[in-house]
Each structure stands twice: as structure tokens, then as C-alpha cells.
Design a binder for this molecule. Structure first.
Ligand SMILES: *[C@@H]1O[C@H](CO)[C@@H](O)[C@H](O)[C@H]1NC(C)=O
Ligand SMILES: *[C@@H]1O[C@H](CO)[C@@H](O)[C@H](O)[C@H]1NC(C)=O
Ligand SMILES: *[C@@H]1O[C@H](CO)[C@@H](O)[C@H](O)[C@H]1NC(C)=O
Ligand SMILES: *[C@@H]1O[C@H](CO)[C@@H](O)[C@H](O)[C@H]1NC(C)=O
Length: 208
């Protein structure tokens, strides 16, 4: 199990590394929803997730190194720029990059984590005030992003949010926190992918 998770994580890292960094390029007008305040929100999201993971309040008493990735949705593949080399762990995608597919997957991820983290905070918490202080900004930012940063997406076509009857959180704050810890590690990796994808989209490289 741990091996599979590690394997998936390293594939994600490899994929992430395959993006060209576009910092030095002149930046054309970004696609709607990827510039300005939205771009700042994606960065802030990543910082706030790192912050939460670095904090003792979410890791206190937890030995597990496990990472849980959200597997439904296909952000990693949908948002990979057209790959030019086989990386060993991904099926090479031969279609061209679809901005709307990528953004749709990002939005679904954000909706999912928004719901899950908000519902976690409604359950029993060991370190209540601190967990709320760390996680509620993430709930806020994911909400802001999904509401304000996808003007070009037809929301009607999106599947419904994280299913309500998903009984992830129970009555035991320790098991909940253990699950949240794994989920946040997955969200951290996903947030890195999302930031790179947003950078790629706003660089305009895929429209050349
Ligand atoms: C979230 O990120 C922003 C921007 O970096 C920072 O000002 C804020 O303190 C962070 N909040 C938490 C709880 O990490
Ligand atoms: C992509 O690959 C699949 C399977 O290898 C192939 O059937 C399809 O024609 C390819 N599409 C393009 C646009 O090259
Ligand atoms: C979210 O957006 C609203 C208005 O769109 C703004 O007032 C609020 O400060 C934003 N929240 C965060 C955390 O940036
Ligand atoms: C959780 O707690 C609620 C309220 O105390 C109770 O009704 C419910 O049966 C509990 N669920 C489990 C799985 O223990």
C-alpha cells in the first residue's frame, strides 16, 4: 500500500517537473480566472496548506506518512501540458492541452476539498480553535476560487459536489484528524499541480 502511494506521489512529482517554468517569459493577457486576485489566491492556498501541515495541531500524535490523493477527476492528466517524453509512469497523452478540461478538473478538486474540510471542522476536534484557525482560511479560499475564478466554465456541466453521503468524518477526533492529515498531504501535492497548471495556462504557452 505504502509503495503504491509513494509510486503515485513520485509520478505526480515527475509530471510536475515536466512543466516548463514560465517565470522568465513575457506574460500575455492571462486567460479569464487565472490572473490577478485569482492567481494570488492559488498561491495563498498552497501557503495555507503548507502552514497547516507544518503545524503541530494537525500532526500531533500522528505517525502515519500516508498520503491520500483524491482520485476521482483527472487533474494531473487533464492539466499536463502535451507530453513529449514518456515518463515511465504515465500513459503518454497524445491529445493537445485543453484549458477547459483542466480548469474543470481543478474546480472539481476545489469543490471537493472545500466540502470535506468544512465538514471536518463541523465534527469533534482535538485542537479546536487552532484547527479552525489553520483550516478555515482554506475553506474560505477554496470557496472564493470556485465562486469567482471560473467565469468561462459552464457550471451546469460539472458533476455535483463531494457527495453528501460520503461518511468520512465520524465521532472520533483522532481518526478524523488522521484522515484529514492524509487528505491535506494529498491536497498539498494537488495544490502544487494546480499552481503549475494555472501558471502554464496564464503563460499562454498552450495557445501558441
Ligand atoms: C494564509 O496565507 C496568507 C498569505 O500568505 C497569510 O497571510 C495567512 O497568514 C495564512 N493563514 C494561515 C492560517 O496560514
Ligand atoms: C491517440 O492515441 C490513440 C491510441 O493510441 C489513437 O487511437 C488516436 O488516434 C490518437 N489520437 C491522435 C489525435 O493522435
Ligand atoms: C473572498 O471574496 C470576497 C468578495 O469576493 C472578499 O470580500 C473576501 O475578502 C475574500 N476572502 C478571502 C479569504 O480572500
Ligand atoms: C456519533 O454521535 C452522535 C451524537 O452524539 C450519535 O447520535 C451517533 O450515533 C454517533 N455515531 C457513531 C458512529 O458513534
Amino acid at each position: 500500500m505504502a509503495n503504491i502511494q509513494l509510486y503515485v506521489a513520485s509520478c505526480v512529482l515527475l509530471l510536475s517537473l515536466s512543466w516548463r517554468t514560465s517565470e522568465a517569459l513575457p506574460v500575455p493577457a492571462p486567460s479569464p480566472g487565472t490572473g490577478g486576485q485569482c492567481a494570488d489566491f492559488y498561491k495563498m492556498l498552497l501557503l495555507n496548506i503548507s502552514n497547516a501541515l507544518d503545524s503541530i495541531y494537525l500532526t500531533d500524535g500522528i505517525q502515519s506518512e500516508k498520503i491520500e490523493m483524491r482520485s476521482t477527476g483527472d487533474t494531473v492528466l487533464a492539466c499536463a501540458p502535451t507530453l513529449t517524453q514518456n515518463l515511465g509512469c504515465v500513459t503518454q497523452r497524445n491529445s493537445s492541452f485543453s484549458e477547459s478540461e483542466c480548469l474543470k478538473n481543478i474546480k472539481m478538486d476545489l469543490l471537493y476539498y472545500h466540502e470535506e474540510i468544512a465538514s471536518y471542522l463541523g465534527g469533534p476536534l482535538k485542537n479546536g480553535p487552532e484547527e479552525i484557525r489553520l483550516l478555515s482560511p482554506i475553506v474560505e479560499i477554496t470557496k472564493n476560487l470556485t465562486e469567482n475564478c471560473f467565469p468561462q466554465l459552464d457550471v451546469e456541466n460539472l458533476p455535483s459536489k463531494a457527495s453528501k453521503d460520503d461518511k468520512k468524518w465520524g465521532n472520533d477526533s483522532y481518526s478524523n484528524r488522521l484522515e484529514m492529515n492524509k487528505m491535506m498531504k494529498g491536497f498539498h501535492i494537488r495544490a502544487i499541480t494546480i499552481n503549475r497548471a494555472i501558471g502554464y495556462i496564464s503563460s499562454g504557452d498552450h495557445r501558441k
